[in-house]
Structure formats: C-alpha cells, structure tokens
Design a protein around this ligand. Structure first.
Ligand code: IDP
Ligand code: MG
Length: 141
C-alpha cells in the first residue's frame, strides 16, 4: 500500500463558526487520527477568497460564495496525516448537504440549512496541488 503523509487546508466556514461547530469539526479531525498542525481564526479578505476560489470564477454560485465566505469569521486549519486530503473530503461529505450521507460533517450538521448549498460548514482541499496553494493563501509561506 502506498504511504503518503499529506497536509490539507480545512476551513470552518462562517456558518460553522456562527453555529458553534468549530470544536466539533476539530474533534472529528483528531478522532480520525489526523494532527492539527496550524490553526487560526480570521475574517477572510477579498483577495484571499478570489485566489482560493479562482477555479469557480464565472459560475452562478461564485459571487454568493465569495460574499458568504466574507460574511463572518472563519477558522483555517492545516491538518496532517496519511492521505488526509481524501480522508477529510470523505469526512466532509457531498458538497450539497442534502446529498451528504449520515456520519459526514455536512450530512450530520448542515442538513437543516434549507437547501443553501453554499452554507455547507467546511472546505477541504481536493489535491496535493490545491492543498499547497491554499495553505499559502491562508498561512503565508
Ligand atoms: P467542495 O467544497 O465540496 O469542494 P466545490 O465544487 O469546490 O465543492 O464548490 C466550492 C463551494 O462552493 C462549495 O463548498 C459550496 O459552498 C459552494 N457551491 C458549490 N456548488 C454550489 C451550488 O450549486 N450552489 C451554491 N453553492 C455551491
Ligand atoms: Mg472544492
């Protein structure tokens, strides 16, 4: 089996912070055997968000997404572990909370948000390249 210790960028989005789910998200990260190696609360500035979500520019949900992500404090977390990138995305569940399975963060905790896909509690990097790029955006070099 291929071993690879990775780092990923996790964001607890403004809905997660407002609803008091920071501890719950961190607890799930640690319970799954991953290590938190960096952590901070911030209100993201527009340049961080446009860089972070550059791949979505032009999509219908892009503007609402940027606006939502700037609407309140977020918590940025670097987590490390064996295949943590894919592992955390499995823990997060499907992008649309309505499709997210029970046992996932979005399935368990974002189900009651009235079909607002944008408010799905967490972000997790989707590849090694994305993780490196996104960690720089929120934690610098
Ligand atoms: P991911 O967060 O599961 O990787 P992406 O497709 O990268 O999903 O989308 C980034 C974020 O944009 C999502 O987490 C969600 O907040 C928002 N989003 C994605 N698709 C939609 C949509 O169809 N409507 C509203 N918001 C969306
Ligand atoms: Mg994504």
């Amino acid at each position: 089996m291929k071993m690879s210790t990775e780092q990923t960028l996790i964001l607890v989005k403004p809905d997660g912070v407002k609803r008091g789910l920071v501890g719950e998200v961190i607890n799930r990260i640690e319970k799954n055997g991953y290590k938190v190696t960096n952590l901070k609360m911030l209100t993201a500035d527009p340049s961080q968000l446009t860089q972070h979500y550059a791949e979505h520019k032009g999509k219908v949900f892009y503007e609402p997404l940027i606006e939502f992500m700037a609407s309140g404090p977020i918590v940025a977390i670097v987590a490390q572990g064996e295949q943590v990138i894919e592992g955390f995305r499995k823990m997060a569940g499907a992008t649309d909370p309505a499709n997210a399975e029970a046992g996932t963060i979005r399935g368990d905790l974002a189900g009651e948000q009235g079909g607002k896909v944008v408010q799905n509690i967490v972000h997790g990097s989707d590849s090694v390249e994305s993780a490196n790029r996104e960690i720089k955006i929120f934690f610098g070099n």
